[in-house]
Design a protein around this ligand. Structure first.
Ligand SMILES: C[S@@+](CC[C@H](N)C(=O)[O-])C[C@H]1O[C@@H](n2cnc3c(N)ncnc32)[C@H](O)[C@@H]1O
Length: 324
């Protein structure tokens, strides 16, 4: 049946408001009126397409819903904050305000939220991360740079500024460490990785950050030429058996070869202990990142050398400096 008798029933927002006890907000009224007028138009011209109407919702309400949805999927609630902050251009500390989310903003938010709910890591979705002084593009070709690795890069930069000018970054991945050093010091930096994919990303990142890095593709040092004052290395260091226990976003989305450090996680340090000293100039330094609880065992691989263990901001023994 068509005609004005049916009109009120086609205006769902208005009808709902009539039968609820809560008085409608201005937003609800606006939507109901718009829906009513649209239905009237549709009634007069049945060829008009269907239209979707939404109330504009408060940031705090939507954010709470997203956090709940994330928490059910074991996704860190802080990822919800990052998504809202990046989509809306609001600092995370100001997300508690009562900003009304516009339909266009909501669409953008919903796309990102749905993608995060598939398990894909937040930074692969956003496409880049800040790392020291650089913006590093990230995708499935390489590991997402971690905050503790910024501390490794900072230590390396300190050493370059003290005079260890010729630098090699082994296991470079996205190129983050090499790029941060080159950008900050202007010195000559080389980098190596076995993964062609990672190197293609490192190349794009070097270009985007306006630095030149010499790249070597190969198994650790096999294709690297020259000798260096400083070799910095954040190798894969997760014990193989621990990988299935890691968060889904890491084990299913980040490259396996960026994680697996062999049975005890120390395979790459053993190989570097064998091969790296001959690639260092006289008095050169090796600088490693390592996993929690690995530093002492790494030191044991370099017996007789001058060694220093450095803690990260969380108080974890995270970096090892070895003078060869
Ligand atoms: C833990 S990720 C570090 C990436 C980057 N340097 C960072 O800190 O974010 C380890 C890197 O080692 C690389 N890799 C794994 N096996 C390798 C090998 N045999 N020789 C050289 N690089 C290797 C991986 O491709 C990955 O990019």
């Amino acid at each position: 049946m068509q005609g004005k008798w049916i009109l009120p029933f086609k205006a769902p927002g208005l009808l709902l408001q009539l039968i609820t006890t809560r008085p409608p907000t201005d937003d609800m009224m606006e939507v109901a009126i718009a829906a009513f007028l649209r239905v009237k138009e549709m009634d007069e011209d049945p060829s008009l397409p269907e239209t979707k109407f939404q109330t504009r919702e408060k940031l705090s309400v939507l954010l709470k819903e997203t956090k709940e949805a994330f928490s059910k999927e074991q996704i860190d609630e802080s990822d919800a904050e990052w998504i809202y902050s990046l989509c809306l251009g609001i600092p995370r500390s100001e997300l508690k305000n009562d900003k009304i989310i516009l339909p266009s903003e909501r669409e953008k938010l919903e796309t990102m939220i749905a993608e995060r709910l598939t398990g894909r890591p937040l930074w692969y979705i956003t496409g880049d991360v800040e790392f020291c002084n650089a913006i590093i593009k990230v995708d499935e070709r390489a590991l997402i740079p971690r905050p503790e690795t910024e501390e490794l890069a900072a230590l390396a930069i300190e050493e370059v500024k003290k005079g260890r000018k010729k630098v090699l970054d082994v296991c470079t991945g996205s190129g983050c460490i090499a790029i941060a050093i080159a950008k900050e010091t202007g010195e000559e930096v080389s980098a190596a990785d076995l993964s062609e994919d990672a190197l293609s990303l490192a190349r794009e990142n070097a270009e985007a950050n306006g630095v030149q890095i010499t790249l070597f593709q190969g198994d650790l040092l096999e294709n690297v030429t020259g000798t260096y004052d400083l070799i910095v290395c954040n190798p894969p260091y997760i014990p193989t058996g621990f990988i299935p226990e890691m968060q889904r976003e890491v084990r299913e989305f980040e490259p396996h070869m960026a994680l697996d450090g062999g049975a005890d996680g120390l395979d790459f340090y053993r190989r570097m202990a064998q091969d790296a000293p001959s690639r260092l100039c006289e008095g050169g330094m090796l600088l490693f990142e390592c996993g929690e609880g690995q530093a002492e065992e790494i030191c044991a691989l370099f017996e007789g050398k001058k060694i220093e263990i450095v803690k990260d901001l969380e108080g974890v023994e995270r970096m090892v400096k070895i003078i060869c």
